[in-house]
Write a protein that binds this ligand. Structure first.
Ligand code: HEM
Length: 125
């Protein structure tokens, strides 16, 4: 789709066709003793999301300021692309590997944002 172009984060396409990317952040509250479990689950994550239409970016963010909140940052072409993932591949993406008698997170909240501006570092030379 953007073969040969810059990665999505640097493509500067926001607003060009009247639409803008959206960011969906899943906030996972993970008690200290469950951190390792959670990180291992993500380490063996399904890798499904990267094949979803309209998917642009994923980051797992570990808290370092003393909170228990991990952020699962995802960015999508639009709300419809995110909803399609939620209704389909998301289930497979959340099967992970191995037994899981208990979820590692004690809570989760989804935050939604529109990307209003974005930039990357200026390339040198
Ligand atoms: C009850 C709520 C949720 C919990 C506890 C949760 C937890 C997890 C865990 C532990 C994984 C690692 C894979 C696995 O073990 O299944 C994962 C994968 C993932 N989660 Fe969630 N999740 C939740 C809902 C969501 C939502 C609403 C989003 C949307 C922003 C999301 C985005 C992702 C993505 C993008 C991956 C990687 C999938 C892949 O590898 O293809 N999660 N989640």
């Amino acid at each position: 789709m953007t073969a040969g172009g810059p990665p999505p984060g640097l493509s500067g396409h926001v607003g060009q066709d009247g639409s803008m990317s959206i960011v969906k952040i899943n906030v996972l509250t993970v008690p200290a003793e469950q951190r390792e479990v959670l990180e291992k689950r993500f380490a063996s994550r399904a890798g499904v999301v990267e094949n979803s239409d309209g998917f642009e970016w994923f980051e797992l963010l570990r808290p370092v300021d003393g909170t228990d909140d991990y952020l699962v940052y995802t960015r999508w072409r639009d709300e419809a692309a995110f909803q399609a993932w939620m209704e389909g591949p998301m289930k497979q993406a959340h099967q992970g590997g191995g037994d899981r008698p208990q979820p590692a997170a004690t809570g989760s909240t989804v935050w939604t944002f529109e990307v209003l501006q974005q930039t990357g570092p200026k390339s040198e030379g």
